[in-house]
Design a protein around this ligand. Sequence first.
Ligand SMILES: Nc1nc2c(ncn2[C@@H]2O[C@H](COP(=O)(O)OP(=O)(O)O)[C@@H](O)[C@H]2O)c(=O)[nH]1
Ligand SMILES: [Mg+2]
Length: 325
Amino acid sequence: MVAPLPTTPETKSPHRAGYVALCGRPNVGKSTLLNALVGAELAIASSQPQTTRQRLLGMWSTDEIQAILVDTPGIHRARSALNRYMVDEAVRGASDVDLVLFLAEAPVLEDQTTAEAWTPGEGALAALEAVAGLRAPIALVITKVDRIAERSLLLPVIAKLARLHDFAAVLPVAATTGEGMEALRAEITRHLPEGPALYDPEQLSDRDLRWHAGERVREAIFRFLGEELPYSCAVTVESYREQQRPPKDIVRATVHVERESQKPMVIGKGGQTIRKISSTAREAFAAFTGRACDLFLTVKVTRNWTREPELMKKLGYHQPVGGDS
Ligand SMILES: Nc1nc2c(ncn2[C@@H]2O[C@H](COP(=O)(O)OP(=O)(O)O)[C@@H](O)[C@H]2O)c(=O)[nH]1
Ligand SMILES: [Mg+2]
């Protein structure tokens, strides 16, 4: 009789799960990177700084791991109550995570001389300082490297940035082309502690659809309202109804502005601006949910809301009770 072959034990590595914060100055590409890692357009991104106002969790789940990614507002010098809230959200979002990704954008460099002369800006240094004292290891992610045709020009930049802190890793990436993303995913995975998934692997975000609907309106506002006005706007979703036949979401939302004079600017001549905002947001939200959507917008003056913490709370910008991050 032949003895049965010894069965080889399962060599599958244990499941890992944990939290990873994306931090850095405004506009360095945090929201875009979160979307690329999750593989869905969860976080709104725009070419203007300070688009992200609140912490958002995006889940990157595979059979082996779950990385809960924390998108944070940019860290910047804050004057108004709204900006202080945003910076607090950023630092709170980064406390108690397993890894901090500190994002710094690759400068646009023409030649070796500009590359050698480059030094990190004050804003980046201050943002790094704000997270350097946290418990978690920090990996430096150099973003938007697709903008530099000659990659060797990055070397002096990487060397200078790498000296600023004892980074766990230095990772050049371009979220828009996918460059460097494999190395970034491997680095994230390495830092996750062993443990079961903390969210349903099917769930992509901690925010509900109502919140996402409001964010699509804010995204369209950033796109159509020029340089200044978007910072005076907030969006609240008054009602969200899922109609069964035909399947459709019916969303009613309010765009709040700070001053009476801003209202006609948001509405536009004959209502054309608000119509553009509405149809762009509606299409983006329908693409996100995969269902048709009707969106009804109203514009309202909520005087000085960016300066009054009580009004901010009413518009959804309040500190989490008990600090849940
Ligand atoms: N060329 C290039 N642009 C990027 C990349 N990632 C982000 N951006 C752009 O940078 C701007 C700011 O991005 P966003 O994700 O909103 O930055 P955040 O403020 O840090 O969240 C947007 O216009 C993005 O399209 C990238 O990898 N390459
Ligand atoms: Mg952002």
